[in-house]
Write a protein that binds this ligand. Structure first.
Ligand code: NAX
Length: 343
């Protein structure tokens, strides 16, 4: 091994081959998703084994003591790729020069809340955080919104950061995509790695449409393998109700799988998808008839740090009805938060 190299916790740390450290901000860092997410970022799963990170962690004041504990544990993990950690309750400090921001922190939905309560409770958080992004983040920042209702929260953050290009704001539907892949893999008795090009249209909500029409298992179309009744019935129902089923089974909402999906989303955006189609909710530019600006999950590919919507897929009557249903729900959510979208 060269003299400036060392192997530590199974990562080869060769200083000469390392990139310059990037600043990665995570909000809600002391929450359940944060607890799973931070270790995956720190180990190199997201940005690669040659990419050091400075972690900039945001909590609200009641979460600061828990955050201190999380930071102690991160320190105790002695990750070679972690070049610094700060914890703060001020978004202007957490987002300072951030290259990547994971917007996770927000209130999870409780039994007594319906979707409009959730929009009302969490929307204002993303006004303040959008403004902080506008003021202090890197101009090329990549933002993923996980906190629910994530599509509309991304819209609010984006609207409050007018000088950052809107294509740098995304919301996460990757957990829904991964759930769809998991269902197909289980149904076919194959590993998830054999399946490609399943993706989600629309909103991260129970109206989402997991589209299996272009999916393949080892190059065989999924539509040749499974009957249409299952693909348009139980498959969609299971994927869209999966979050609730996890809460019933575990007594708590999905956290490890959500963190894993956030890593998949950002890793693909950062490192590319190598031709695969993935789901990302991004501000529409009118693709597939989705009104401009609405943060909507589309089939995407990533290359050179950019997200490109796959624009030429045929839409049948069933898919169109699902897309229309999601447009209607997202327009309603947009109307409900209109006063949070700035001028
Ligand atoms: P937790 O309640 O465990 O953690 C949330 C953390 O955010 C808490 O530590 C809280 O103090 C902090 N927080 C609240 N407001 C904040 C603010 N203004 N700034 C910074 N931090 C703040 O929830 P967790 O299970 O981690 O879930 C986080 C969010 O992800 C929820 O909104 C949840 O609904 C959402 N999810 C989104 C998913 C998706 O696929 N898009 C799936 C999983 C999850 O349900």
């Amino acid at each position: 091994m060269p003299p400036d190299s060392t192997k530590y916790n199974d990562v080869d740390v060769t200083k000469k081959s390392m990139n310059k450290s990037i600043r990665v901000a995570v909000t809600g860092a002391a929450g359940n998703i944060g607890y799973a997410l931070l270790w995956r970022i720190a180990s190199g799963d997201c940005f690669g084994a040659a990419q050091p990170v400075n972690l900039q962690l945001l909590e609200i004041p009641p979460g600061m003591q828990r955050l201190e504990g999380v930071m102690m544990e991160l320190n105790d993990s002695a990750f070679p790729l972690v070049h610094g950690i700060i914890g703060t309750d001020d978004p202007n400090i957490a987002f300072q020069d951030a290259d990547v921001i994971f917007l996770v922190g927000s209130r999870p939905r409780t039994k007594d809340m319906d979707r409009s309560d959730l929009v009302a409770a969490n929307g204002p958080i993303f006004v303040g955080q959008g403004k902080a992004i506008e003021s202090v983040a890197s101009r090329s920042v990549k933002v993923i919104t996980v906190g629910n209702p994530c599509n509309t929260n991304a819209l609010i953050a984006c609207a409050n950061a007018p000088s950052i290009p809107s294509r740098q704001f995304t919301a996460m539907t990757r957990l829904d995509q991964n759930r769809a892949v998991g269902q197909i893999a289980e149904h076919a008795g194959v590993p998830a790695s054999d399946i490609r090009d399943v993706f989600i249209w629309g909103n991260h909500a129970n109206t989402m449409y997991p589209d299996p029409r272009f999916a393949t298992i080892e190059d065989v179309p999924v539509t040749d393998l499974f009957d249409i009744e299952w693909l348009q019935g139980q498959f969609i129902e299971t994927v869209s109700a999966r979050g609730k089923a996890i809460i019933v089974a575990r007594g708590a909402s999905s956290a490890a799988s959500a963190a894993s999906a956030a890593i998949d989303h950002m890793r693909d955006w950062w490192q590319g998808t190598n031709g695969r189609i993935v789901s990302m909710a991004i501000p529409s530019e009118g693709w597939y008839g989705v009104p401009k600006g609405l943060v909507f999950s589309f089939p995407c590919r990533c290359e050179n740090g950019d997200i490109v919507v796959v624009e030429d897929l045929p839409i049948d009557a069933f898919a169109q009805s699902k897309i229309d249903e999601n447009i209607a729900v997202l327009l309603e959510e947009r109307d409900a938060v209109s006063e949070l979208l700035g001028s």
